[in-house]
Design a protein around this ligand. Structure first.
Ligand SMILES: Cc1cc2nc3c(=O)[nH]c(=O)nc-3n(C[C@H](O)[C@H](O)[C@H](O)COP(=O)(O)OP(=O)(O)OC[C@H]3O[C@@H](n4cnc5c(N)ncnc54)[C@H](O)[C@@H]3O)c2cc1C
Length: 522
């Protein structure tokens, strides 16, 4: 396959090239947008990606190797600030490679539920309802397919059967076929079952064109970091100041628009470093205010999870797509429009966090990770320095919602997981509950364990939230335009007003498809 074309030829502070569009972040949304814009041969598009190419990198492109990428050289690996009600040691993995997080995630692919989109409309995202958004799913170029037969592990099959028996939820074959509120089954994944290769955003939207050379207007700037957005005296974004791998800087100009797709951490970070954000924070750090926009970095959302681990009666079979191929959705509150508790089933003992609490990893085991589909806690991202190399502070404020809904959800999750584990055919595989352990039973004990052993499902979102054009706390309007700055849009997980009940990657891809259409409309 042809190597990606040129990286930035940055000359110190010299005027750089000018493109119709400059897209910052060749990740999940950015790959879609750049590819779609460049379908028009008359347009020039610069795609700025902080990481290297994923082409010809089997450690990236092989789905089952995902855990090997966490914390490595292709991971920005953000810490969180202290979480008094949760686990302060969670690291937020974010990929630094073409394809972004779709190049190191588990590629579980859920069409967002109708109620997820309707929540966005209620939050001011006019035009983003289910009827308008659903057709974008069918446009996605990724290969989205149920876990292949050969990858369906016997213990995962028995988990699906036991979950149905124990909780009375339906066995779902193909979660994307129709909206659901409950169910257990194998996931749909964006992958090629015959080779275990990723169908990431880059593999689906960029690789074929890099190989065919049929996107003449598209230039990739790899290993190139956007340091600051250039905004002129009239309040218009005119380009992006970048730094190449050799340390040289340049400005890439945008004739039409700049589109920021750097993800829920780096998009607000870049806006803040560019003087677009809450005046009080920018003043304190000595960053010149280009536009006072109070919502930048607010509304930090995530799906928190906890874990129950069982030791198994010997090793379990090896076959799998990526070691967490099946899951379970439950609706505890009949008034909820969608599921209000979700579980991933792992064919491995997932003990990273429990080990810090003194638990030992069993030689063989499986895990269930209950998570909170609609968390009520809201966090915040902010800068502590004007230096672009200082990491932003991520304060998720996990488990701080006044009604204790989020922690309560995990306690219910542990109790339901125990029911499933006690039910055949899963029960025969298991010899003992390793953590939290059968001696922990009260709500208080389970809540304390669930919060201290908490992890993230790696779904940060919401930090440049979309809202009505006159909503002073919204960062972008329903056309994804940054409010108050001309020629600048944001399109990635940061625009989510609320988090979908399901895993969000497909939602991000759909935001990318819609963003490309909005950009073409001008
Ligand atoms: C380990 C893990 C597992 C996950 N599993 C799933 C799953 O199975 N299913 C699911 O639905 N979701 C999953 N997710 C979440 C999902 O992958 C993300 O929500 C989604 O990919 C985010 O897309 P994005 O476009 O917002 O950001 P990203 O895909 O992160 O893209 C941002 C891009 O911008 C680049 N960038 C950042 N800053 C700069 C800068 N200053 N200059 C230049 N480039 C920059 C980055 O290098 C990156 O390529 C997972 C996430 C992780 C981390």
């Amino acid at each position: 396959m042809q190597r990606p074309s040129p990286t930035a030829r940055a000359t110190a502070d010299g005027p750089g090239e000018v493109f119709d569009y400059v897209v910052v972040g060749g990740g999940t949304a950015g790959s879609v947008i750049a590819s779609r814009l460049a379908e028009d041969p008359d347009l020039t598009v610069a795609l700025i990606e902080g990481g290297p190419s994923d082409v010809d990198r089997p450690e990236v492109l092989t789905l089952r190797r995902w855990q090997g990428l966490l914390g490595g050289e292709l991971d920005y690996d953000y810490p969180t600030v202290a979480q008094p009600r949760g686990n302060s040691l969670i690291r937020h993995s974010r990929a630094r490679v073409l394809g972004g997080c779709s190049s190191h995630n588990t590629l579980i692919s859920f069409r967002p539920l109708p109620s997820d989109w309707e929540e966005w409309v209620a939050a001011g995202a006019e035009g983003w309802g289910a009827a308008a958004m659903d057709p974008y799913f069918d446009r996605l170029r990724n290969r989205i397919t149920p876990v292949g037969e050969a990858d369906r592990n016997a213990v995962a099959r028995d988990f699906v059967t036991a979950a149905g028996e124990a909780l009375g939820v339906p066995h779902v074959e193909g979660f994307n076929a129709a909206p659901f509120v409950e169910g257990a089954g194998f996931f749909d994944l964006a992958y090629h079952p015959e080779t275990n290769q990723r169908s990431s955003a880059s593999a689906a939207y960029l690789h074929p064109h890099l190989a065919a050379g049929d996107r003449p207007g598209l230039r990739l700037f790899l290993e190139t970091r956007a340091l600051r957005l250039e905004v002129d005296a009239d309040g218009r974004a005119t380009g992006v100041r970048v730094r190449g791998a050799d340390g040289a800087t340049a400005v890439l100009g945008a004739r039409r628009e700049v589109v920021v797709c750097a993800g829920a951490v780096d998009t607000p970070r870049l806006l803040l470093l560019s003087g677009i954000g809450p005046r009080e924070q920018l003043d304190r750090l000595g960053i010149e205010v280009r536009h006072d926009l109070p919502g930048v970095g607010e509304n930090l959302l995530d799906h928190p999870e906890s874990v129950i681990v069982w030791e198994t009666d010997g090793p379990i079979p090896e076959n799998s797509a990526m070691d967490s191929d099946a899951g379970l959705f439950v609706r505890r509150d009949p008034a909820s429009p969608g599921p209000d508790l979700m579980f991933h089933f792992y064919q491995v003992p997932f003990t990273d966090n429990p080990e810090r609490l003194g638990y030992r990893r069993p030689a063989h085991g499986v895990s269930l990770t209950p998570n909170v589909p609609k968390p009520r806690s809201r966090g915040r991202l902010y800068l502590t320095s004007a230096d672009p190399d200082v990491l932003p502070a991520l304060d998720f404020r996990y488990f701080t919602d006044p009604g204790d809904h989020d922690a309560r959800t995990l306690v219910d999750g542990i109790r339901l997981a125990r029911k499933v584990a006690a039910t055949e055919p899963l029960a025969s595989w298991l010899v003992r509950e390793v953590c939290p352990g059968p001696e922990l039973n009260s709500d208080e004990e389970l809540s304390a364990y669930a919060r201290r052993a908490a992890h993230t499902v790696y779904h940060p979102a919401g930090t440049c939230r979309m809202g009505a054009a006159d909503d002073r706390d919204a960062v972008v309007d329903p056309a994804l335009r940054v409010r108050g700055v001309a020629g600048l849009r944001v399109a990635d997980a940061s625009v989510f007003p609320t988090i979908p009940a399901v895993n969000p990657m497909v939602c991000v891809l759909m935001v990318g498809e819609r963003a490309a259409e909005l950009l073409r409309q001008g």
